[in-house]
Write a protein that binds this ligand. Structure first.
Ligand code: C2E
Ligand code: MG
Ligand code: MG
Ligand code: MG
Length: 284
C-alpha cells in the first residue's frame, strides 16, 4: 500500500523517492481520468449487471444469484468494480449508480419471469455510503412499486464495517428494509469489525463467509476451525451461511462436511452477463 511504499522509498534513498512520486502521480492521473469518464457513464448506459450463481450445497442446485456491477467504458473496455467502486464511493456517485443497480436487477428479474423462467433471489450489494444515504428506503420502496417485483426475490448484501459505523440509525434503516420484505445478508463476514452481539440485534438472515477463509481451506487447519465456528454460530442463530470464492471440489467437500448450506465461486461459474445467466434458470 501507499504508506509502506512511501516508507521503503524513503528508506532506500532519494532516487527511489523520486520514482515513488512518479508512480503516485500516475495513479492520481489514472484516478482523475477514470473519475471524469465515470461522470457520463450512467447517462451513456455504460453499466451492466453480471450474475454469479449461489448453489445449494446439498442438492447442487441453483439457490440465488449475486448481482455484480461492470462498467463497459466507452462501450468497449470492461472494467471490474475494484477499479471504480472506491472512486464513486468517495465522490458520492455510488448513490445514483447503486439505485440504478437495484432498479435494473428488479427489472431483469421481472423480464425473466415474463419469459417463463422460474426466478431465484437476486442479491444486490450495498456500499456503506449508499446504506447511510437518507433517500435509500424511499427509493427502494419506489423501485418495488414501479417494477412490481416480489420483495422476497431481492436480498441486500452489506459488510460488517458498514453495519458497525452508525449504531441506532443502522437499526432503523435495516428495520425499514426488513419490513418491506427484503432480506439482508452480511457480506465478507470475518474481515471487518465483527461484533457478534450485533448479529442478534440486526434483522439479518444470511452470512457470507469471506473468500479469505475459503482459499486455503484444504491446507489450513486454522481456516477450517474458523469456518466451522462461523457455521456453528450461524446455525445457533438460525442464519443461513454462504461460502464465497469456492474454487475446488476439495473445498466443496469440506464445506459440505461442516454443514455449510450454500456456496458461490469459480467452481460453479464466474459472474456472467444476463444472456448467459438466464440459461441457468429453470423454466416454470
Ligand atoms: P463481493 O460482494 O464480495 O463479491 C464477490 C467478488 O468475488 C466478485 O468480484 C466475484 O467476481 C469474486 N469471486 C466470486 N467467486 C470467486 C472465486 O471463486 N475466486 C475469486 N478469486 N473471486 C471470486 P467483483 O465482481 O470484482 O466485485 C468486487 C466487489 O465489488 C464486490 O465484492 C462488491 O463489494 C463490490 N460490488 C460489485 N458490484 C457492486 C454493486 O453493484 N454495488 C456495490 N455497492 N458494490 C458492488
Ligand atoms: Mg457481495
Ligand atoms: Mg463478498
Ligand atoms: Mg468482497
Amino acid at each position: 500500500n501507499a504508506d509502506s511504499a512511501m516508507y521503503h522509498a524513503k528508506a532506500s534513498g532519494r532516487n527511489n523517492y523520486q520514482f515513488f512520486k512518479e508512480v503516485m502521480n500516475l495513479t492520481a492521473a489514472r484516478h482523475f481520468e477514470l473519475e471524469s469518464s465515470l461522470r457520463g457513464a450512467l447517462a451513456a448506459n455504460e453499466f451492466e449487471l453480471y450474475f454469479q450463481p449461489i448453489m445449494d450445497i446439498g442438492t447442487r442446485r441453483l439457490h440465488a444469484m449475486e448481482v455484480l456491477l461492470r462498467w463497459r467504458r466507452g462501450g468497449t473496455e470492461l472494467i471490474t468494480p475494484d477499479q471504480f467502486i472506491p472512486i464513486i464511493e468517495e465522490n458520492g456517485m455510488i448513490v445514483g449508480i447503486g439505485e440504478w443497480v437495484i432498479r435494473q436487477a428488479c427489472r431483469q428479474s421481472m423480464a425473466w419471469q415474463a419469459q417463463g423462467m422460474t426466478p431465484v433471489p437476486l442479491a444486490v450489494n450495498l456500499s456503506p455510503r449508499q446504506f447511510m444515504h437518507r433517500g435509500l428506503v424511499d427509493s427502494v420502496r419506489a423501485i418495488l412499486d414501479e417494477t412490481g417485483i416480489d420483495p422476497a426475490l431481492i436480498e441486500f448484501e452489506i459488510t460488517e464495517t458498514a453495519l458497525m459505523q452508525h449504531g441506532e440509525q443502522t437499526l432503523e434503516i435495516l428495520g425499514h428494509i426488513n419490513a418491506m420484505g427484503i432480506r439482508l445478508s452480511i457480506d465478507d463476514f470475518g474481515t471487518g469489525y465483527s461484533s457478534l452481539a450485533y448479529l442478534k440485534r440486526f434483522p439479518v438472515k444470511k452470512i457470507k463467509i469471506d473468500r479469505a477463509f475459503i482459499k486455503d481451506l484444504e491446507e489450513s487447519a486454522e481456516d477450517r476451525a474458523i469456518v466451522a465456528a462461523i457455521i456453528a454460530l450461524s446455525d445457533s442463530l438460525q442464519l443461513s451461511v454462504v461460502a464465497e470464492g469456492v474454487e475446488t471440489e476439495g473445498q466443496y467437500a469440506l464445506l459440505q462436511r461442516h454443514g455449510c448450506q450454500y456456496a458461490q465461486g469459480y467452481l460453479f461459474s464466474q459472474p456472467v452477463p444476463h444472456v448467459t445467466a438466464q440459461l441457468l434458470l429453470p423454466r416454470s
